[in-house]
Design a protein around this ligand. Structure first.
Ligand SMILES: CC(C)(COP(=O)(O)OP(=O)(O)OC[C@H]1O[C@@H](n2cnc3c(N)ncnc32)[C@H](O)[C@@H]1OP(=O)(O)O)[C@@H](O)C(=O)NCCC(=O)NCCS
Length: 281
């Protein structure tokens, strides 16, 4: 069974927030109109759930980008809260579940049981020095369909707490661009991030956070019209592997002659290239 937005709150699924109690107390009571199950990360009863988050995160990223536990504690639990969708493990597709069970076995930990409530999907962002800006830095989904809903819920929570703008770090070849661009065209703030673990394909983007009605609509699988006037000189099908094209974009951005904006759907599933508007300044 594929879960969608109307299923959240039924079938033992719910939005959850996992973090330090002091942070949980500051959260709004609902996301996209549905209540949030609060999980105190300091409570030993939450240890398995938090551990599973870390294992799931490593399993879905599948490479160097899995989150070390200390980052989960310092940057998420103590600074904000992990937002996501919890539900029975039986909803995770077989191939993904086998991957997770292998990772659990390597840690000498119990494999998943069908009715075990687990973090099926998550999205997290932390506050920045600007009171209306958050930086999103982790997103995963073990169960297709839930990634967009988790991100919409996370943005709605931060929006209710005053955030109006979201930045994020992403890779040009990552399927998640299809999710990020549902929330608006992405202003490319740094086309290249030299010190990043994946420095050859990473960029930093920014996007206005849509209002509650639009977030709800996105979570329900619709594509609302989002504000934002754009007069592109050209729309490039950008390929990060084409070094000349990448260098051109980086140089023009650096010298301030052009602005670049990634458009929906973010990434072409076949060519893995990105539709990007080039705007002369
Ligand atoms: C990326 C990820 C979060 C997607 O989760 P999901 O639950 O499948 O997401 P959704 O179903 O809500 O939306 C995915 C969208 O991407 C599209 N998509 C899926 N695979 C794609 C691909 N390889 N290329 C392009 N688009 C793709 C889907 O068609 C869907 O769009 P639609 O809603 O218009 O049909 C999940 O695969 C994941 O956890 N990946 C590993 C972790 C990761 O890379 N995180 C992002 C870090 S920035």
């Amino acid at each position: 069974m594929r879960l969608d937005f109307k299923d959240i709150g039924n079938h033992q699924t719910a939005f959850f927030a996992l973090g330090d109690l002091a942070n949980l107390k500051k959260l709004p009571t609902s996301a996209l109109g549905k209540s949030i199950h609060l999980r105190n990360s300091a409570d030993p009863k939450q240890a398995r759930f938090a551990f599973l988050f870390n294992i799931f995160n490593g399993s879905v990223y599948g490479d160097v980008m899995g989150m070390p536990p200390w980052v989960m504690i310092n940057c998420i639990f103590q600074n904000a809260a992990l937002i996501g969708i919890e539900g029975p493990a039986k909803y995770i597709p077989v191939a993904m579940r086998e991957k997770i069970d292998t990772a659990l076995a390597e840690m000498n930990s119990d494999h998943l049981k069908d009715d075990e409530i687990v973090p099926l999907a998550e999205a997290c962002a932390i506050k920045t020095f600007a009171p209306d800006r958050v930086h999103a830095f982790s997103l995963y989904s073990t169960t297709p369909g839930l990634g967009s809903i988790a991100k919409a819920a996370m943005l709605d929570i931060h929006r209710q707490m005053g955030a109006r703008y979201q930045t994020g770090t992403a890779q040009y070849d990552n399927a998640s661009l299809a999710i990020h661009t549902k929330f608006g065209a992405l202003d490319i703030l740094q086309p290249q991030v030299a010190l990043h673990t994946k420095h050859d394909r990473t960029f930093i983007y920014g996007c206005e956070i849509p209002d509650e009605a639009a977030l709800l609509s996105i979570a329900m699988g619709h594509r609302p019209m989002l504000p934002g006037e754009l007069k592109p000189e050209a729309i490039i099908q950008f390929d990060w592997r084409e070094l000349e094209q990448y260098q051109n974009m980086t140089q023009r951005h650096e010298n301030g002659s052009h602005r670049y904006v990634m458009l929906p759907p973010g990434i072409d599933a076949v060519t893995k290239t990105n539709p990007i508007a080039e705007i002369k300044l």
